[in-house]
Design a protein around this ligand. Structure first.
Ligand SMILES: [Zn+2]
Length: 105
């Protein structure tokens, strides 16, 4: 049972996904904050480092293989950031910034 949410459909090139998977050997490329080393768990998805919705490009440079755990974590962080942004837009005109995605563990 999964609570997988389909993200908004966006244009993605299957050729890029294949190339990224090959480049990353199908292993999770997320760098762990604690060790500074890549996770290297068996990959589950090809992820856009910068969301297409945030102006990221659909290119191999902007893609990485992630394991399911890191993919879930990034998705959760992004939706939390989105909610925070929406809240801030209502209350504070200045934001304390946008945390880079490297801060997820
Ligand atoms: Zn991982």
């Amino acid at each position: 049972m999964s609570n997988w949410h389909q993200r908004t459909p966006q244009k993605r090139s299957p050729g890029i996904r294949r190339a990224v998977w090959r480049r990353d050997s199908g292993l999770c490329q997320h760098t762990r904050v604690d060790t500074g080393l890549p996770c290297f768990a068996p990959g589950a998805v090809v992820d856009h480092i910068h969301n297409l919705a945030d102006g990221g490009r659909d290119s191999a440079e902007n893609c990485q293989v992630l394991c399911q755990w890191h993919s879930d974590k990034k998705t959760a962080l992004e939706s939390a950031a989105g909610r925070r942004k929406a809240r801030q837009a209502r209350s504070l005109p200045t934001s304390r910034g946008h945390r880079p995605l490297g801060s997820l563990e």
